[in-house]
Design a binder for this molecule. Structure first.
Ligand code: NAD
Length: 501
């Protein structure tokens, strides 16, 4: 059985831990590989490699660093097909969705290629007589990324392209559920000319993570995953004096107004609720329908569309399936429990995906698209993140009640409104307490040159990922104030706070 390796100082090193975890193909339930959980010593080896590589890498000119990223971008494009197949094999998502996630990651690489411009800092001439000020945006040192299973390519690429471009070195700890892609990315970075030690991968779980959070050589931690772990990561890393951004879970609502283009909205909601089997932090899991007619029309249109949605393996089917399996049998069981709880707590189950059995893939971790109507805010399926293909419809009388629901929810990652009324849309953008907002756009994931991040318990830390926030997160500002006087020494010492002179 192939064991997925660590990547330390430019080499694949198979972990020697006794703790081995199986990796499954979620479409078949068959084990395909295994991964050894890194020990404390192996994790420290990766940190040491990154620490050793930092002085040289940080002194490279930004243009030289960018050129390596340009080559990496071109290799990603060249290997897109095999990378997408690897994602689909270990994660389960359909091939075209895997290409989509790689493309969104690639866009961050393209953004980071502009680093000579992004890292220029600021300059003010003559802030006082004969005095100039300029700032340097200096790299931090060893930075760490800890990433979830649901985007094995895109989420690491939210982090390391910007970290490397700004002159940091990096240790990535990918999800132990689909760890292979991280090693391929490391190999492609090496092929692009990245010096050994600048980018390292440690496979593992809490044991490795805790080393990364507490080792004094690590300067900054970027995390994406579930909220309880995000909170733990943020508190632990911050207590150790490290810079930290920790993105957590979500429960994304959309408001469906009575004046919306219903055909467009239904299609958008289908894709956003059931794409990637609902395993996206930006998936729509609650539709707040304003008015009973709106809810009735939506539910009957959704029922028709769900009836023809193609569920099956992410690879090897023509036409391509539209929705793949969940990540693991344990996660499938958890999603089925949520469906049971929705039924038990009185929601109307309009489409039940829990009985789905696919001929030829009986052992795969599939759950069919599921639709609940008449969901209320007290129900568990409303309150908690399900991370599966389960859509809840909540009925309210007016816009204000819909907005209140969203603003009262503990998460604030993404949201959307479907309406033809510009005034309502504009008001929603102003009033909603959520980090990423779509107007007739169901999954408003910001482009690489903007920053991605939610509000409330969907994020811990002040700076979002990529875009300008990403550059700020991975750099430390130093401001230099310089005077080159001809006869300053003749003025003598000054003991009051310097002001404009
Ligand atoms: P997870 O929190 O279980 O795992 C994320 C990472 O943390 C993994 O690398 C894992 O090994 C590590 N980890 C797990 N338990 C740990 C512990 N006790 N101590 C230290 N490290 C630990 O998340 P997941 O199941 O892989 O991913 C799904 C979650 O990620 C969902 O909640 C989803 O909403 C969230 N997510 C959020 C965003 C976002 O941008 N906000 C994006 C993608 C996923």
């Amino acid at each position: 059985m192939e064991t997925v390796a660590n990547f330390i100082h430019g080499k694949c090193i198979t972990g020697d831990s006794q703790r081995i975890q199986a990796i499954f193909n979620p479409a078949t339930g068959a084990q395909i590989r295994q991964v050894a959980m890194s020990t404390v010593q192996q994790t420290e080896q990766a940190i040491a490699a990154a620490q050793q590589a930092f002085p040289d890498w940080s002194r490279q000119s930004p243009l030289k660093r960018a050129r390596i990223l340009f080559r990496f971008k071109s290799l990603l494009e060249q290997h897109m097909d095999s990378l997408a197949k690897l994602i689909s094999e270990e994660h389960g998502k359909i091939y075209s969705d895997a290409v989509g996630e790689l493309t969104r990651g690639l866009e961050v690489v393209e953004f980071a290629c502009g680093i000579p411009h992004l890292q220029k800092g600021e300059h003010s001439a003559n802030v006082g007589t004969g005095v100039d000020s300029h700032s340097l945006m200096q790299p931090l040192g060893v930075c760490v990324g800890i990433t979830p299973f649901n985007f094995p390519a895109m989420v690491p690429m939210w982090m390391f392209p910007v970290a490397l471009a700004t002159g940091n070195t990096f240790v990535l700890k990918p999800s132990e559920k689909d760890p292979s892609l991280a090693v391929r990315l490391a190999q492609l970075l090496k092929e692009s000319g990245l010096p050994d030690g600048v980018f390292n991968v440690v496979q593992g779980d809490k044991e490795a993570v805790d080393v990364l959070l507490t080792d004094p050589r690590v300067q900054a931690v970027s995390f994406v995953g579930s909220t309880p772990i995000a909170e733990y990561i943020y508190n632990t890393a911050s207590a150790q004096g490290k810079r930290c951004q920790a993105l957590g879970g979500a429960k994304n609502h959309c408001i469906l107004m009575p004046d919306a283009d219903m055909a467009m909205a239904t299609n958008a909601i289908m894709g956003a609720a059931f794409g990637a089997a609902g395993e996206r932090c930006m998936a729509l899991s609650v539709v707040v329908a304003v008015g009973s007619n709106t809810a009735d029309t939506l539910c009957s249109q959704l029922e028709q569309k769900i009836a023809t949605l193609r569920v099956g393996p992410g690879l090897g089917h023509q036409p391509e399936n539209e929705m793949g399996p969940l990540i693991s049998s344990a996660h499938r069981a958890k999603v089925l429990d949520y469906i049971d709880s929705g039924k038990a707590q009185g929601a109307t189950l309009r489409v039940d995906g829990s009985e789905l059995k696919l001929a030829g893939n009986e052992d795969g971790y599939f759950v069919g698209p599921t639709l609940f109507d008449h969901v209320t805010p007290e129900m568990t399926i409303y309150k908690e993140e399900i991370f599966g293909p389960v859509l809840s419809v909540v009925r309210v009388a007016d816009y204000q009640s819909a907005l209140n629901l969203i603003n009262q929810h503990e998460y604030g990652n993404g949201t959307a409104i479907f309406t033809r009324d510009g005034g309502t849309a504009r008001r929603f953008c102003e009033e909603v307490q959520v980090g990423m907002v779509g107007v007739n756009v169901p999954i408003p994931v910001p482009m690489a040159f903007h920053s991605f991040g939610g509000w409330k318990r969907s994020i811990f830390g002040p700076l979002n990922v990529h875009g300008n926030d990403g550059v700020r997160f991975y750099t430390r500002m130093k401001t230099i104030t310089a005077r080159w006087p001809e006869s300053h020494h003749q003025q003598g010492a000054a003991f009051s706070m310097p002001t404009l002179g």
